[in-house]
Design a protein around this ligand. Structure first.
Ligand SMILES: C[S@@+](CC[C@H](N)C(=O)[O-])C[C@H]1O[C@@H](n2cnc3c(N)ncnc32)[C@H](O)[C@@H]1O
Length: 295
């Protein structure tokens, strides 16, 4: 064999090995459902060490082989961080607000992993609800005081001139109040507009809406944007009428329901001027988690 033929044979063998490895990993992943955080961290570390060893032998491999290997590693890393995001996302939808607060407090870097993955998902949506809500606010008086429950990267506050109390589980910015939104430090009857933009994530979501009721002034606005599939009874989603009834029984009137967007629904309520009836048990429907697909 000539040296060219030997090199070509080595490349063919490497390619076969990579394919076998990929098929094996896919099978393992299907068996276990998804990556655990430990597996993800290990795999990222492995991929890093592989990448450094591959660079040390760069002189032996052709440029083409290196490019293919690095694009494979990039794909692998993207897949791992996507898996990590989906795991954190599922956790937030299946625990209480307090548990979510403790989860992020133990490792605040998970909040960044979650938000990087969330932004990636949002980049595939035709329109983000936060921008529609921003526009709605801009069309009203800038003197309205706003509370953004589950503000994420506090984009809303950055795009309006209103006073906005941005609330989330972790604060990387002094303007964001870190808390569980079922228990905020805001004064009662101090807020004109309470916003939940894709943030009714905890299993105790009703206590988030109750907290909004407490802090809102009489006739204050409650805006809820939620993923459409969470209210699709054909796919195990909640009955929207049941949800609307529960919010109204708490002490709100439904002003508008907007289904025009493909990905989310947008609901506008107003807090009733009169005190709600006390002691009446409200039946809140369970909201199914919004689990993002692997892309
Ligand atoms: C899907 S993101 C939406 C972020 C932002 N509202 C937007 O539209 O870009 C939901 C946010 O709600 C926050 N969140 C979930 N449960 C919470 C809780 N109990 N208290 C405070 N924030 C919470 C999450 O940390 C996350 O930042």
């Amino acid at each position: 064999m000539t040296s060219e033929e030997v090199e070509a044979e080595i490349k063919r063998q490497r390619s076969r090995k990579r394919k076998r490895g990929r098929r094996h990993r896919q099978k393992q992943q299907q068996k276990s459902g998804d990556f655990s955080s430990e597996q993800t961290v290990k795999a990222i570390k492995n991929s890093k060490s592989k990448s450094s060893s591959s660079s040390s032998s760069a002189d032996k491999c052709s440029t083409k082989t290196n490019t293919a290997a690095s694009s494979f590693l990039d794909k692998m890393k993207a897949r791992l961080s996507g898996g990590h995001f989906r795991m954190i996302n599922e956790k937030l939808y299946t625990c209480t607000g307090e548990e979510a607060l403790n989860y992020f407090r133990e490792d605040p870097t998970l909040f960044n992993v979650y938000h990087a993955g969330y932004q990636e998902q949002m980049s595939h949506w035709p329109e983000e609800p936060v921008y529609i809500i921003t526009k709605w606010l801009k069309d009203r008086s800038p003197s309205l005081i706003v509370a953004d429950f589950g503000c994420g990267d506090a984009r809303l506050a950055r795009n309006v001139t209103n006073k906005v109390f941005s609330l989330d589980l972790i604060s990387h910015d002094p303007s964001v109040i870190a808390c569980d939104m079922s228990n905020t430090p805001l004064d009662s009857s101090s807020i004109d507009v309470a916003i939940f933009c894709l943030s009714l994530m905890g299993t105790n979501y009703s206590s988030f809406i109750q907290e909004a009721y407490r802090v809102l002034k009489p006739s204050g606005w409650l805006l809820i944007a939620e993923v459409k599939s969470r209210f699709d009874p054909n796919t195990g989603g909640a009955d929207l009428n049941k949800f609307l009834r529960a919010v109204c029984e708490l002490g709100f009137s439904c002003v508008s329901k907007d289904f025009s967007n493909k990905m989310f629904i947008l609901l506008h309520f107003k807090k009733k001027a009169k005190e709600k009836q006390k002691g009446k048990e409200i039946e809140w429907p369970e909201l199914k988690p919004c689990l993002y697909k692997r892309r």
